[in-house]
Design a protein around this ligand. Structure first.
Ligand code: NAD
Length: 387
């Protein structure tokens, strides 16, 4: 029998379950391109419930305990006395979410002799040290596509929020109880007519491009895999062979690559300085793709007109993280991929992965990041490992 450890974000401060705003969520059975949504044998939750926090347990307890496994759920993940550290030595499977990541460092993996699989309830497995996972013979899997559309909607929202300068205008009528039109519009523009680009045109990046097309903008992208020419034509896309070429022409840049050796610290002072003065960046991919302090410098100097996103490092960030107080930001906590709609899909996807694992059936290749001693599936297409 196996021990499964889920590291999930804490319950709402108002108690669990929360009062839900809606009674149901739309039923989605497939994604663009034909991939189906998760197909576990059964689920033990009602779609639309809060599943990603400790009391939500990803809806997995009955399933796991009926099969005789031990299921431990915690949000306590930092420090030598944390539940994660204490449970890890005899855990077989760690499940974690990028919103509240269990950082599976080389050191932690080295102290977990039974650890066979790390599952991301969501997308993005950079919180696992992939070279160590490969050396340890582990499988790393994630629920590819489960929250890609959720993130693309959030990115479009944050692009409009920055360009229209929504946050200060909202503050004027609420916190400041004013009606300051001139102050509210002094940095407000239309997106229409702008040059807009995505770095990474995978599932999320392409969904962002499709959603932006009706805004009458000119669309650009950079990806190591060029899109089919009919897609380029349909969306009127200009492909850029490298990030510098893309960054230097756009007014708005949305980042959608995984974090891996090729993308770490890509946006430093030099690359930010090569962008147009007054460009905007939205980053819902991973914080370490940009240089934290270079972003703050670029906002203070006016080189960037705005920065938004939902990804930080570390997560949760300390109270004095400079992005909490930098100017012209529209930041959220890491929430874009954890809407109640997304939670239903990634919880079902985790269950599908576990059913396959326990029953000795292959996990869908699109869910695999590491398997069989190397990058596999989506991991082989979208990630690299150093060395
Ligand atoms: P995907 O695998 O479908 O697409 C990633 C794309 O990035 C691929 O097309 C790949 O070729 C491209 N790419 C990789 N390295 C590149 C490089 N150096 N230069 C240019 N292109 C490169 O993944 P996805 O579903 O679109 O997700 C992308 C990332 O978004 C995830 O890895 C994750 O880090 C992040 N994400 C964030 C949230 C959130 O809640 N904020 C949720 C889901 C995913």
């Amino acid at each position: 029998m196996a021990k499964i450890l889920s590291v999930l974000y804490p319950d709402p401060v108002g108690g669990y379950p929360p009062a839900y705003a809606r009674d149901e969520i739309p039923t989605i059975t497939g994604y663009p391109g034909g991939q189906t949504t998760p197909t576990p044998e059964a689920i033990d939750f009602t779609p639309g419930e809060l599943l990603g926090c400790v009391s939500g347990e990803l809806g997995l307890r009955r399933f796991l305990e009926d099969r005789g496994h031990t299921y431990v759920v915690t949000s306590d993940k930092e420090g030598p006395d944390s539940v994660l550290e204490r449970e890890l030595p005899d855990t077989d499977v760690v499940i974690s979410q990028p919103f509240w990541p269990a950082y599976l460092t080389a050191e932690r993996i080295g102290r977990a002799p039974r650890l066979k699989m790390a599952v991301t309830a969501g997308i993005g497995s950079d919180h696992v040290d992939l070279p160590s996972a490969i050396a340890h013979g582990m499988t790393v899997a994630e629920v590819t596509f489960s929250n890609s559309i959720s993130v693309s909607e959030h990115a479009v929202m944050q692009i409009l929020t920055l360009v229209h300068d929504f946050v200060p205008a909202h503050d004027w009528v609420t916190t400041k109880q004013g009606w300051n039109i001139a102050d509210s519009v002094s940095r407000a523009y239309d997106l229409e007519g702008m040059q807009v680009g995505v770095l990474g045109s995978g599932r999320i990046g392409q969904a962002v491009l499709r959603r932006l097309k009706p805004f009458a903008v000119t669309l650009h992208y950079c990806d190591v895999h060029r899109l089919p020419s009919d897609v380029e034509e349909e969306l009127g896309l200009t492909w850029h062979p490298d990030v510098r070429s893309l960054a230097s022409v756009v007014d708005v840049l949305s980042i959608h690559t995984p974090l891996h050796p090729q993308t770490q610290n890509l946006f430093d002072d030099e690359l930010l300085g090569a962008m147009k003065r007054g460009a905007y960046i939205v980053n819902t991919a991973r914080a370490l793709i940009v240089d934290r302090d270079a972003v703050v410098r670029a906002l203070n100097s006016g080189q960037l007109a705005g920065y938004a996103g939902d990804v930080w490092y570390p997560q949760p960030p300390p109270p004095d993280h400079p992005w909490r107080t930098m100017p012209h930001e529209a930041m959220t906590p890491h929430v874009s991929g954890s809407t109640l709609s997304a939670q239903a899909r990634y919880s079902a996807g985790v269950r599908e992965i576990l059913e396959c694992w326990f029953d000795g059936r292959p996990i869908r290749s699109e869910y695999l990041i590491v398997d069989g001693g190397g990058l596999a599936g989506t991991g082989a297409r979208s990630y690299t490992v150093a060395g």
